[in-house]
Write a protein that binds this ligand. Sequence first.
Ligand SMILES: [Zn+2]
Length: 305
Amino acid sequence: MQNDIAALTLDLGGVRVTRVEEASDPILRPAEIFPDSTPEIIQANLDWLSPRFYDAESDRLVITIQSFLLQSGGLNILVDTCVGDCKQRLRPDFDNKRWRWLERLAAAGVQPQDVHFAVSTHLHVDHVGWHTQRVGDEWKPTFPNARYLFTHPEWEYWRNNEGHPALVRTGDYIGDSVWPLFHAGQADLVAMDHEIAPGIALVPLPGHTPGHVGVSVSGSHREVLLTADLFHHPLQCCYPHWNTRFCLDPEHSRATRLRMMAHLAETGLLVLPAHFPAPTAGVLRKLTPGEDAVHPDHVYRFDFQ
Ligand SMILES: [Zn+2]
Protein backbone atom coordinates (compact mmCIF):
# COMPACT_ATOMS: atom_id res chain seq x y z
CA MET A 1 0.00 0.00 0.00
CA GLN A 2 1.20 3.47 -0.90
CA ASN A 3 2.10 5.58 2.09
CA ASP A 4 -0.12 8.59 2.33
CA ILE A 5 2.08 11.46 3.46
CA ALA A 6 -0.34 14.26 2.64
CA ALA A 7 0.41 17.19 4.89
CA LEU A 8 -2.31 18.56 7.05
CA THR A 9 -1.98 21.92 8.68
CA LEU A 10 -4.79 23.30 10.77
CA ASP A 11 -4.71 27.00 11.50
CA LEU A 12 -6.63 27.45 14.74
CA GLY A 13 -5.95 31.19 14.96
CA GLY A 14 -2.48 31.97 16.29
CA VAL A 15 -1.78 28.25 16.70
CA ARG A 16 -0.92 25.83 13.93
CA VAL A 17 -1.12 22.05 14.06
CA THR A 18 0.78 20.03 11.44
CA ARG A 19 0.83 16.27 11.18
CA VAL A 20 4.28 14.77 10.61
CA GLU A 21 3.81 11.23 9.43
CA GLU A 22 6.28 8.42 9.79
CA ALA A 23 4.26 5.60 8.17
CA SER A 24 0.77 4.44 7.35
CA ASP A 25 0.64 0.75 6.61
CA PRO A 26 -1.40 -2.39 7.21
CA ILE A 27 0.57 -3.85 10.13
CA LEU A 28 -1.76 -5.43 12.70
CA ARG A 29 -4.17 -8.33 12.33
CA PRO A 30 -7.54 -7.34 13.83
CA ALA A 31 -7.32 -10.06 16.51
CA GLU A 32 -3.77 -8.97 17.32
CA ILE A 33 -4.98 -5.57 18.50
CA PHE A 34 -8.69 -6.02 19.31
CA PRO A 35 -9.55 -9.13 21.39
CA ASP A 36 -13.27 -8.51 20.73
CA SER A 37 -12.96 -8.52 16.95
CA THR A 38 -14.00 -11.55 14.92
CA PRO A 39 -13.54 -12.40 11.23
CA GLU A 40 -17.34 -12.08 10.90
CA ILE A 41 -17.33 -8.50 12.20
CA ILE A 42 -14.48 -7.56 9.86
CA GLN A 43 -16.38 -9.10 6.92
CA ALA A 44 -19.54 -7.22 7.87
CA ASN A 45 -17.58 -3.93 7.76
CA LEU A 46 -15.52 -4.63 4.66
CA ASP A 47 -17.51 -2.15 2.54
CA TRP A 48 -16.02 0.86 4.36
CA LEU A 49 -12.88 -0.69 5.90
CA SER A 50 -11.19 -1.82 2.71
CA PRO A 51 -8.77 -0.67 1.43
CA ARG A 52 -8.30 2.58 3.34
CA PHE A 53 -8.45 1.16 6.87
CA TYR A 54 -7.89 -2.56 6.29
CA ASP A 55 -5.93 -4.60 3.78
CA ALA A 56 -8.05 -7.69 3.08
CA GLU A 57 -5.27 -9.55 1.32
CA SER A 58 -2.94 -9.54 4.32
CA ASP A 59 -5.77 -9.35 6.89
CA ARG A 60 -4.16 -6.33 8.51
CA LEU A 61 -5.53 -3.07 9.82
CA VAL A 62 -3.91 0.12 8.59
CA ILE A 63 -2.23 1.95 11.47
CA THR A 64 -0.83 5.41 10.86
CA ILE A 65 2.15 6.47 12.95
CA GLN A 66 2.63 10.20 13.19
CA SER A 67 3.58 13.19 15.31
CA PHE A 68 1.81 16.49 15.64
CA LEU A 69 3.76 19.72 15.50
CA LEU A 70 2.14 22.58 17.43
CA GLN A 71 3.38 26.08 16.69
CA SER A 72 2.31 28.97 18.87
CA GLY A 73 3.95 32.18 20.07
CA GLY A 74 7.31 31.23 18.55
CA LEU A 75 7.32 27.81 20.22
CA ASN A 76 7.68 24.50 18.39
CA ILE A 77 6.05 21.70 20.36
CA LEU A 78 6.15 18.11 19.16
CA VAL A 79 3.54 15.67 20.41
CA ASP A 80 4.78 12.06 20.22
CA THR A 81 7.68 10.93 18.08
CA CYS A 82 6.75 7.67 16.34
CA VAL A 83 9.01 4.60 16.07
CA GLY A 84 12.30 6.23 15.11
CA ASP A 85 15.35 5.22 13.09
CA CYS A 86 17.65 2.27 13.62
CA LYS A 87 15.94 0.97 16.77
CA GLN A 88 16.29 -2.74 17.54
CA ARG A 89 12.71 -4.00 17.74
CA LEU A 90 11.23 -7.46 17.70
CA ARG A 91 8.35 -6.44 15.41
CA PRO A 92 9.77 -6.51 11.86
CA ASP A 93 7.63 -3.49 10.88
CA PHE A 94 9.55 -1.41 13.43
CA ASP A 95 12.97 -3.07 13.45
CA ASN A 96 16.04 -1.16 12.33
CA LYS A 97 14.05 1.10 10.02
CA ARG A 98 15.01 4.30 8.33
CA TRP A 99 12.07 6.60 7.93
CA ARG A 100 11.71 9.99 6.24
CA TRP A 101 10.28 11.59 9.36
CA LEU A 102 13.04 14.20 9.87
CA GLU A 103 12.65 15.27 6.24
CA ARG A 104 8.94 15.78 6.81
CA LEU A 105 9.61 17.77 9.96
CA ALA A 106 12.05 19.91 7.93
CA ALA A 107 9.37 20.35 5.26
CA ALA A 108 7.23 21.89 8.00
CA GLY A 109 10.08 24.39 8.54
CA VAL A 110 11.47 22.85 11.73
CA GLN A 111 14.95 21.45 12.35
CA PRO A 112 15.73 19.30 15.42
CA GLN A 113 17.45 22.21 17.18
CA ASP A 114 14.29 24.34 16.76
CA VAL A 115 12.11 22.06 18.92
CA HIS A 116 11.33 23.59 22.34
CA PHE A 117 9.19 20.79 23.81
CA ALA A 118 8.76 17.10 22.99
CA VAL A 119 5.65 15.78 24.70
CA SER A 120 4.86 12.09 25.21
CA THR A 121 1.16 11.26 25.46
CA HIS A 122 2.35 7.94 26.93
CA LEU A 123 5.39 5.69 26.84
CA HIS A 124 4.62 3.14 24.15
CA VAL A 125 7.13 2.20 21.47
CA ASP A 126 5.40 4.08 18.64
CA HIS A 127 5.32 7.38 20.56
CA VAL A 128 8.93 7.89 21.73
CA GLY A 129 11.20 6.64 18.91
CA TRP A 130 12.49 9.98 17.62
CA HIS A 131 13.19 11.15 21.15
CA THR A 132 16.69 9.81 20.55
CA GLN A 133 19.09 9.08 17.71
CA ARG A 134 22.09 6.81 17.57
CA VAL A 135 25.43 8.63 17.76
CA GLY A 136 28.26 6.09 17.65
CA ASP A 137 27.32 3.52 20.29
CA GLU A 138 25.09 5.86 22.25
CA TRP A 139 21.51 7.10 22.10
CA LYS A 140 21.45 10.90 22.24
CA PRO A 141 18.51 13.33 22.39
CA THR A 142 17.37 14.14 18.84
CA PHE A 143 16.27 17.62 19.89
CA PRO A 144 19.27 19.18 21.64
CA ASN A 145 17.45 22.26 22.94
CA ALA A 146 14.15 20.64 23.91
CA ARG A 147 12.60 19.88 27.25
CA TYR A 148 11.06 16.42 27.09
CA LEU A 149 7.80 16.25 29.04
CA PHE A 150 6.52 13.08 30.70
CA THR A 151 3.60 12.79 33.08
CA HIS A 152 4.42 11.73 36.64
CA PRO A 153 2.32 8.53 36.74
CA GLU A 154 3.56 7.42 33.33
CA TRP A 155 7.21 7.68 34.24
CA GLU A 156 6.65 6.17 37.70
CA TYR A 157 5.05 3.17 36.03
CA TRP A 158 7.69 2.50 33.37
CA ARG A 159 10.78 3.33 35.40
CA ASN A 160 9.76 0.65 37.90
CA ASN A 161 8.86 -2.00 35.35
CA GLU A 162 12.04 -3.37 33.93
CA GLY A 163 11.23 -6.56 32.07
CA HIS A 164 7.62 -5.42 31.49
CA PRO A 165 5.87 -7.64 28.90
CA ALA A 166 5.61 -4.64 26.54
CA LEU A 167 9.39 -4.21 26.64
CA VAL A 168 9.96 -7.93 26.16
CA ARG A 169 7.44 -7.99 23.31
CA THR A 170 8.91 -5.05 21.42
CA GLY A 171 12.49 -4.43 22.59
CA ASP A 172 13.69 -2.14 25.39
CA TYR A 173 12.48 1.17 24.01
CA ILE A 174 12.47 2.80 27.47
CA GLY A 175 16.21 2.05 27.64
CA ASP A 176 17.11 3.50 24.26
CA SER A 177 14.47 6.23 23.83
CA VAL A 178 13.52 7.54 27.29
CA TRP A 179 16.29 6.95 29.85
CA PRO A 180 18.85 8.91 27.73
CA LEU A 181 16.76 12.08 28.19
CA PHE A 182 16.90 11.72 31.96
CA HIS A 183 20.64 11.10 31.74
CA ALA A 184 21.03 14.21 29.57
CA GLY A 185 19.08 16.33 32.07
CA GLN A 186 16.44 17.21 29.45
CA ALA A 187 13.46 15.39 31.00
CA ASP A 188 10.75 17.11 33.04
CA LEU A 189 7.96 15.40 34.94
CA VAL A 190 4.63 17.21 34.74
CA ALA A 191 1.06 16.85 35.97
CA MET A 192 -1.52 15.19 33.74
CA ASP A 193 -3.27 18.55 33.22
CA HIS A 194 -0.06 20.54 32.69
CA GLU A 195 -0.33 23.71 30.60
CA ILE A 196 2.57 23.72 28.14
CA ALA A 197 1.85 27.15 26.66
CA PRO A 198 -1.18 29.46 26.57
CA GLY A 199 -4.02 27.43 24.99
CA ILE A 200 -2.01 24.19 24.91
CA ALA A 201 -2.60 21.80 27.81
CA LEU A 202 -2.51 18.12 28.65
CA VAL A 203 -5.83 16.36 29.26
CA PRO A 204 -5.87 13.27 31.52
CA LEU A 205 -7.06 10.15 29.63
CA PRO A 206 -5.81 7.35 31.90
CA GLY A 207 -6.36 3.64 31.33
CA HIS A 208 -4.54 2.80 28.12
CA THR A 209 -1.53 3.47 30.32
CA PRO A 210 -1.52 4.99 33.84
CA GLY A 211 -0.35 8.44 32.74
CA HIS A 212 -1.90 8.54 29.27
CA VAL A 213 -2.90 12.07 28.22
CA GLY A 214 -4.41 13.91 25.28
CA VAL A 215 -3.49 17.47 24.31
CA SER A 216 -6.01 20.26 24.02
CA VAL A 217 -5.04 23.01 21.57
CA SER A 218 -7.04 26.24 21.39
CA GLY A 219 -6.52 29.08 18.97
CA SER A 220 -8.47 32.30 18.65
CA HIS A 221 -11.11 30.70 16.43
CA ARG A 222 -10.86 26.93 16.80
CA GLU A 223 -10.06 24.20 19.25
CA VAL A 224 -8.84 20.66 18.64
CA LEU A 225 -8.20 17.71 20.94
CA LEU A 226 -5.33 15.36 20.22
CA THR A 227 -6.79 12.15 21.63
CA ALA A 228 -3.57 10.09 21.47
CA ASP A 229 -4.43 6.39 21.94
CA LEU A 230 -7.91 6.90 23.41
CA PHE A 231 -8.93 4.92 20.30
CA HIS A 232 -6.61 3.43 17.70
CA HIS A 233 -8.75 2.71 14.67
CA PRO A 234 -12.09 3.90 13.23
CA LEU A 235 -13.49 0.47 14.16
CA GLN A 236 -13.45 1.60 17.80
CA CYS A 237 -15.83 4.44 16.92
CA CYS A 238 -18.30 1.82 15.69
CA TYR A 239 -17.58 -0.43 18.68
CA PRO A 240 -16.46 1.95 21.45
CA HIS A 241 -16.34 -0.77 24.13
CA TRP A 242 -13.45 -2.45 22.27
CA ASN A 243 -10.13 -2.23 24.09
CA THR A 244 -6.80 -3.01 22.53
CA ARG A 245 -4.50 -5.71 23.84
CA PHE A 246 -2.11 -2.88 24.67
CA CYS A 247 -4.48 -1.21 27.14
CA LEU A 248 -2.75 -1.79 30.49
CA ASP A 249 -5.92 -1.33 32.56
CA PRO A 250 -8.76 -2.53 30.30
CA GLU A 251 -11.66 -1.47 32.52
CA HIS A 252 -10.23 1.98 33.17
CA SER A 253 -9.35 2.38 29.51
CA ARG A 254 -12.89 1.49 28.45
CA ALA A 255 -14.47 3.81 31.01
CA THR A 256 -12.27 6.75 29.93
CA ARG A 257 -12.98 6.07 26.25
CA LEU A 258 -16.76 5.80 26.69
CA ARG A 259 -16.88 8.96 28.80
CA MET A 260 -14.72 10.98 26.39
CA MET A 261 -16.48 9.72 23.25
CA ALA A 262 -19.83 10.79 24.66
CA HIS A 263 -18.32 14.21 25.40
CA LEU A 264 -16.73 14.51 21.95
CA ALA A 265 -19.96 13.59 20.16
CA GLU A 266 -21.95 15.98 22.31
CA THR A 267 -19.62 18.93 21.78
CA GLY A 268 -18.65 18.23 18.16
CA LEU A 269 -15.06 19.03 19.10
CA LEU A 270 -12.52 18.54 16.33
CA VAL A 271 -10.37 15.49 17.10
CA LEU A 272 -6.95 14.30 15.96
CA PRO A 273 -6.54 10.61 16.87
CA ALA A 274 -2.91 9.49 16.92
CA HIS A 275 -3.28 6.54 14.57
CA PHE A 276 -5.87 7.64 11.98
CA PRO A 277 -4.69 8.13 8.39
CA ALA A 278 -4.65 11.48 6.57
CA PRO A 279 -6.39 13.83 6.87
CA THR A 280 -6.68 12.47 10.46
CA ALA A 281 -8.86 15.31 11.76
CA GLY A 282 -12.54 14.67 12.22
CA VAL A 283 -15.55 14.74 14.48
CA LEU A 284 -17.30 11.94 16.25
CA ARG A 285 -21.00 11.61 15.54
CA LYS A 286 -23.41 9.53 17.62
CA LEU A 287 -25.67 7.45 15.41
CA THR A 288 -29.33 7.20 16.25
CA PRO A 289 -30.48 3.57 16.45
CA GLY A 290 -31.20 2.23 12.98
CA GLU A 291 -29.70 5.27 11.24
CA ASP A 292 -27.09 3.10 9.57
CA ALA A 293 -29.18 0.29 8.16
CA VAL A 294 -26.15 -1.58 6.83
CA HIS A 295 -24.38 -1.56 10.22
CA PRO A 296 -27.13 -1.25 12.83
CA ASP A 297 -24.71 -2.13 15.64
CA HIS A 298 -22.49 0.95 15.10
CA VAL A 299 -22.55 3.44 17.98
CA TYR A 300 -20.54 6.34 16.55
CA ARG A 301 -19.13 7.32 13.21
CA PHE A 302 -15.92 9.27 12.67
CA ASP A 303 -16.50 11.93 10.04
CA PHE A 304 -13.16 13.02 8.58
CA GLN A 305 -13.05 16.77 7.95
ZN1 LIG B 1 0.09 4.23 19.82
